[in-house]
Design a protein around this ligand. Structure first.
Ligand code: ZN
Length: 627
């Protein structure tokens, strides 16, 4: 929202307990038509002029989404008479002059199957308040009420629906429909809500009730196993921070055929996962999909401290009308991405080899991002809105993920802190300090605060580290960090397209011969091989091929996804080959010289006891074992 419009209510208004100035009624207009029915009841005495807005973005997902475009009808009336509504900009309406109670009735189209917006069909209703709740300017910081209406029997939906949310219930029925209260508008939009036929399971962490509510076609899921795995992950994180600043927590999970995503909130998270990633009854091993799901849960849970409470000053509160820039997203997403997997191994959910595999793959993915030489981590954070969230075919050449590089830099910072302090200080200590000074006190984090705190804990100037790793684009000294942590690292050519490196039992032997490469990422197409990305400096780019081109022949032979690698391998080393490709509907010929691929695939292994010092060994054990 425009901060100039944010006016503190008088103490008298803010403390009126009985009838909040803003009361929302939320119902289903048409499940088949994906329409929510909403009414905002504005009490007498609210600030004038009365302006209403929907946010343009949702905290945690840094893209302007313009949620107000989904409002399909909106009218207002007072005492039975229509009140004029004038649209002021893409998401703001102004009510005609009134001072008494007003009802604003509107319908919102909701068919976004993601964790960021709202969704309604006969199987479920899901919403974030940022997609449905109009904010009355000037009342952001005042309490508000929400009434959730059970769909009518005539609608034919919702018979078996229950309400899942961490909003505070005031008067609700057995299924959870009824009245809820929010401290203020910011609170009202920070609790995702779902009405559906849920399967649920609970567990406690330090006496705090936690719940997993699952929707979708999930009859096969072993919910008890999921809870049994989540509990130690949550317990580990609560122990790491030394405080669990919540009264309850909800994992709101929707399973679909193919989906992945999560969004953090103060007391809950919304997760979208692939059905097959859920643990099936009778399964005991941790499949790759289940490991990914546990990592996602771990990630969003970690955010309850890191970003929801240890938060940038720029987000306290955020201006939801436009982009809010910060150079710190690497701290919030990168550090969280480091700990999400680390929490799995430290809580005993995955073995060390499995964790090393995840770490090695992160290194590989970074090395396959030429954009790491163009964009610093701080710039990646600042420009998330227009670059990371609007990634196009050139993104790998132009940008770097603040999640990916941020997680590796967090690991590097962990290694540096340990190394420089004879293992007296680690990244865990930095997080605890961030919690006690910022998260627990509500003080927002400014640019430079993390560096200053790290230097204070470490007792030395860490500017060279941050200049190189956060503000610069030089290669990360990953080999040094491996050595500090007692790991062996080896970089090699990829064996095939799916090879992302991994964990080894010991020093690798002879490498397989390198296969010629074009320096591209491809997609399978019905009539050839499509180019998704053409990497800077690679053979394809030098010959003039572009992302979007469809390769149809290599050396005069029709190319398919199945024979692509084989056709390239027939080209003698150092020779060039004719490649034919369509760009749009125009056939083009290219003279391409395939080359040995870069050694961009990382393997990691635990150095044997004979190859490490006792300091390295002890450090490695503390690193992988946690507090
Ligand atoms: Zn995150």
């Amino acid at each position: 929202m425009d901060p100039s419009l944010i006016t503190e209510l008088s103490a008298a208004q803010a403390s009126t307990p009985a009838e909040p100035l803003c009361r929302y009624r939320i119902g289903v207009a048409s499940a088949a038509g994906h329409l929510f029915d909403l009414c905002l009841c504005i009490g007498a005495g609210s600030p004038t002029p009365r302006r209403l807005s929907l946010p343009a973005w949702i905290p945690g997902s840094y893209l302007v989404r313009d949620f107000a475009r989904h409002i399909v009808t909106i009218v207002a009336e007072s005492d039975g008479a229509a009140v004029p509504l004038t649209k002021r900009d893409k998401h703001t309406w102004e009510l005609g002059p009134t001072v008494g109670p007003v009802e604003v009735r509107y319908q919102v189209y909701a068919f976004d199957l993601s964790v960021r917006s709202a969704y309604l069909d006969p199987t479920r209703a899901y919403f974030n308040g940022s997609s449905l709740l109009l904010m009355l300017h000037g009342t952001e910081n005042a309490p508000c009420a929400l009434e959730m209406l059970r769909p009518s029997a005539r609608s034919g939906v919702g018979d078996d629906w229950t309400v899942e949310t961490t909003l505070t219930a005031t008067t609700v029925d057995g299924a959870g429909f009824g009245r809820y209260a929010a401290r203020d508008y910011w609170d009202a939009i920070d609790h995702p809500v779902q009405w559906a036929a849920h399967r649920g399971v609970g567990f406690a962490v330090g006496g705090v009730p936690h719940r997993v509510a699952l929707s979708g076609r999930v009859e096969h899921c072993d919910l008890d196993r999921l809870a049994a795995d989540l509990q130690p992950i949550c317990e580990y994180q609560a122990g790491l921070f030394g405080a669990l600043p919540i009264e309850r927590y909800l994992f709101l999970v929707t399973a679909v055929g193919d989906g992945y995503g999560g969004l953090e909130h103060r007391d809950s998270c919304s997760l979208l996962c692939a059905r097959d990633d859920l643990p099936a009854a009778g399964e005991r091993e941790v499949s790759e999909g289940y490991r990914k799901l546990l990592g996602l849960c771990s990630h969003e849970y970690f955010h309850l401290w890191n970003v929801k409470r240890i938060a940038p000053a720029a987000f306290s509160p955020p201006n939801l009308a436009r982009e809010v820039h910060t150079t710190l997203l690497w701290v919030f997403e990168g550090v969280t991405s480091y700990y999400d997997d680390l929490a799995l191994v430290r809580s005993g959910r995955i073995p060390v080899q499995s964790y090393l595999e995840l770490l090695a793959r992160s290194v590989t993915r970074l090395l396959r991002t030429p954009g790491r030489r163009r964009q610093s981590l701080a710039d990646a954070s600042f420009d998330a809105w227009t670059k990371f969230y609007k990634a196009d075919e050139n993104a790998p050449n132009a940008i770097v993920s603040y999640y990916l590089k941020g997680s590796l830099v967090a690991w590097g910072l962990d290694a540096e802190l340990r190394r420089h302090t004879c293992d007296a200080v680690s990244l865990d200590d930095l997080l605890r300090a961030l919690w006690s000074r910022y998260g627990a006190t509500g003080r927002g984090l400014a640019d430079g605060d993390v560096e200053a705190l790290a230097a204070e804990l470490c007792g030395r100037d860490l500017r060279p580290f941050f200049d190189r790793c956060v503000y610069g684009t030089d290669e990360l000294p990953i080999g040094d960090w491996c050595e500090a942590m007692g790991l062996g690292m080896h970089l090699r050519h990829a064996k095939d397209e799916r090879d992302e490196g991994g964990a080894l039992a010991a020093l690798p032997g002879e490498a397989a011969p390198a296969r010629p490469s074009l320096g591209v990422r491809t997609r399978r197409a019905a009539d050839g091989v499509g180019l998704l990305n053409v990497f800077e400096g690679g053979a394809a780019q030098r010959a003039g091929l572009s992302a979007g081109d469809l390769i149809v022949a290599i050396g005069g032979i029709r190319a398919t996804a199945d024979n692509f690698a084989q056709l390239l391998s027939r080209v003698p080393a150092g020779d060039s080959v004719a490649i034919h490709a369509f760009r749009r509907d125009e056939l083009l010929a290219f003279d391409v010289r395939p080359e040995a691929p870069p050694a961009d695939t990382c393997d990691l292994w635990l150095l044997p006891a004979a190859a490490v010092t006792t300091t390295q060994l002890a450090r490695r054990e503390r690193w992988l074992g946690g507090h």
